[in-house]
Write a protein that binds this ligand. Sequence first.
Ligand SMILES: *[C@@H]1O[C@H](CO)[C@@H](O)[C@H](O)[C@H]1NC(C)=O
Ligand SMILES: *[C@@H]1O[C@H](CO)[C@@H](O)[C@H](O)[C@H]1NC(C)=O
Length: 137
Amino acid sequence: MGSSWISILILLLTYFTTPSLSAQDAYQILESNNFPKGLLPRDATLRSFDASSKKVNITLDEPCELKSQNMRFDRVITFVIKKDSLTKVEGIKEKVITPWYISIKNIVRNKDELQFTSGEFSLNSSVTRYEQIQQCD
Ligand SMILES: *[C@@H]1O[C@H](CO)[C@@H](O)[C@H](O)[C@H]1NC(C)=O
Ligand SMILES: *[C@@H]1O[C@H](CO)[C@@H](O)[C@H](O)[C@H]1NC(C)=O
């Protein structure tokens, strides 16, 4: 009897500890679309990712600011992600023209730059600035 119980136990442990393939996190979704993971602050939780529409819903524990990146985030952040492009962005603000934070609508990667746009305003920033995931201030 001993060994069959051990087999069942091992099966159960394997079942509960093997991550499923769908368990992508918010940072992996950014990286698999050629965006640096530090575009989002630490503790961003992926709520949903629709594989066909590419809509992403991410939440933070609370709204926050990354002063070093001149960025502010709402508690809920949503966008549509494709390789090198985030569109229909909601919940991300950037200090495009000091001192104002403007809601970003699109973020496009052009080689080593990220281009943030909101209506007629745009700002280019080096991808290297977003390589590390940072804690909000
Ligand atoms: C995103 O997810 C949060 C938490 O589950 C939910 O409250 C919110 O309504 C969702 N927003 C959108 C636009 O799907
Ligand atoms: C940002 O880069 C894009 C592509 O290289 C360029 O078309 C655009 O004019 C630049 N914008 C600013 C504000 O420098």
